[in-house]
Design a protein around this ligand. Sequence first.
Ligand code: ADP
Ligand code: MG
Length: 437
Amino acid sequence: MESREDVLQFVLDYMAERTSRTVVKAWFSETEMVGLTESGAVIRTPAPFKRDILRERYAEPVREALRELFGVPMDVDFIAGDDPAPDPGQPEKSGCGGVPYYRQQYTFDRFVVGKSNDMAYGAARNVADNPGGDYNPLFLYGGSGLGKTHLLFAIANQLRVQRPELRVLDFTGEIFTNELATAIRQGTTPAFREKYRTADVILCDDIQFIEGKDFSQEEFFHTFNALHQVSGQIVVTSDRPPKHLPLLEERLRTRFDAGLLVDVQSPDFETRMAIVKSTAARTGLRLGDDVIVYIAQSVTNNVRQLEGFVKKMTAYRDMMGNVSLEGAQKALNEIVEKHPGLRPTPDYVLGKVCEYYRADKSDVLGKGRQARLVQVRQVGMYIVRKMTDISLQGVGDFFNRDHSTVLYGVEKMERDRDSNPALDTEITEIMENIRSV
Ligand code: ADP
Ligand code: MG
């Protein structure tokens, strides 16, 4: 959660899950979060009559959502278009030492370590224990939602507690760029430079943002040098390694390459299981092993989605009392329906395949070898492989087959599509059904 916009979105999703999306949408369309401080949030709506209704009916649900998000009681006020906005002098929502609460939650303790991220975790810990030491600069890269920002904040949080004498600056490539632009416009670049170049530790998240932006890169280069000369620690994250940032200035690339480059990869099945368990435990959700396995098998894209899903299960539990395997499947399929951008789960794909061929899921997952059943099964495996990033092994686990059977089926479908136009049409139609939800 980075911005007020994210916070508002969380609040709306949270309420929509518990009441009705349509109703929430009706009252909260055109709202904006115009204030967010330690003690509460201020939400603006254009029309005074809406403000009055919101105050009456929604103050409590919003407070509840904010509490869920920040973990502490928070208040909310609604204002209408012309009402005075909150005092901008108020501090932004924060906890100890001016660090927003949500960031304080990103600690090393909470980071689940597995094969996919143990290098990154180890390097980050080393930096936090020994800033300006061996791993300088540290360049963490990897896809979205894999824990880069988490590790960056974990370094910041540990340093602020254990080394309060150090000036630790964390910022994003975007903030750096915007602040610089403002400084240039207002003629305050000396202050800008002073701020960044005299820090002991700089933690720059999403550095890819400065790629191709000459002023920013130039300024970052000098900041880098100023710190490096006095053994100040530099950590940056990026969605790609330096060599895949074609517009990154060569001299910056050289600097980064001279440090430690570590990638954060997608979590493997074991790590996903551990993340599901830890998120569930944190949110007070008890899940059976079958449900944990199901979630870890189905949500493979990134940790953000995995966590998001477990949190949504909490809402489900609140309604239904407990979370059964069917409940989890149903909830996950609903999420896929609501978010067409998401990759479908294997269960969802199979549902659509079975619907299309009027086959029975349990037969497809069972042992039957009739030609028609085998074909439905192979179409299912093929589409799961096409539309998700689940490994052959993962697809095999889902279909109760080994990975070579999956590989065989997928390759067969690939070939048959070329020679059999009817099959090709069927597969295309099913994939469209899945996409068009
Ligand atoms: P990125 O910056 O790589 O896009 P984030 O650090 O924002 O990803 O991670 C997305 C979400 O997933 C955050 O809520 C974060 O706490 C969580 N997360 C990511 N990796 C892990 C992990 N290994 N253990 C626990 N939580 C994780
Ligand atoms: Mg990030």
